[in-house]
Design a protein around this ligand. Structure first.
Ligand SMILES: Nc1ncnc2c1ncn2[C@@H]1O[C@H](COP(=O)(O)OP(=O)(O)OP(=O)(O)O)[C@@H](O)[C@H]1O
Ligand SMILES: [Mg+2]
Length: 106
């Protein structure tokens, strides 16, 4: 099976704060991947980078065939994220929530 997510030597600095330093990982098609670490290890920042909500300081990452640096808009069309906190609208139906999330991702 091919790698569908590939992270290579990714580093993120928030000013002087080193969020993480040269992490590399790969996820294969169909694989369930657990991304674990202590508080502040950089899990959320990594996911934010892979979903285009943040930029790495160094390194590269790819989602499917799309480079998250140069092709993030296209990559986002293939990414679904369920965040730690719910961002659903209680007053909308499931279908309406899905439609809004779909539109918002573009
Ligand atoms: N916007 C930010 N500005 C400055 N520092 C940040 C910012 N976001 C995260 N950090 C720092 O980067 C490091 C990694 O944080 P991150 O939230 O990615 O870790 P995490 O693994 O998701 O932690 P947790 O398990 O608590 O959710 C921490 O030292 C954190 O304080
Ligand atoms: Mg987190």
């Amino acid at each position: 099976m091919a790698d569908v997510i590939e992270v290579s030597k990714l580093t993120k600095l928030y000013g002087d704060i080193l969020a993480f330093d040269h992490i590399s990982l790969s996820v294969r098609e169909g694989e369930t991947f657990g991304f674990l670490g202590h508080n502040g290890a950089g899990k959320t920042t990594t996911i934010r980078i892979l979903t285009g909500l943040n930029r790495p300081t160094e390194g590269h990452a790819r989602v499917l065939v799309y480079d998250i640096g140069s092709e993030i808009a296209t990559a986002k069309r293939h990414i679904g994220v369920v965040p730690e906190l719910s961002n659903l609208y209680d007053e909308l139906s499931v279908m309406d929530n899905l439609s809004i999330e779909y539109i918002a991702s573009f």
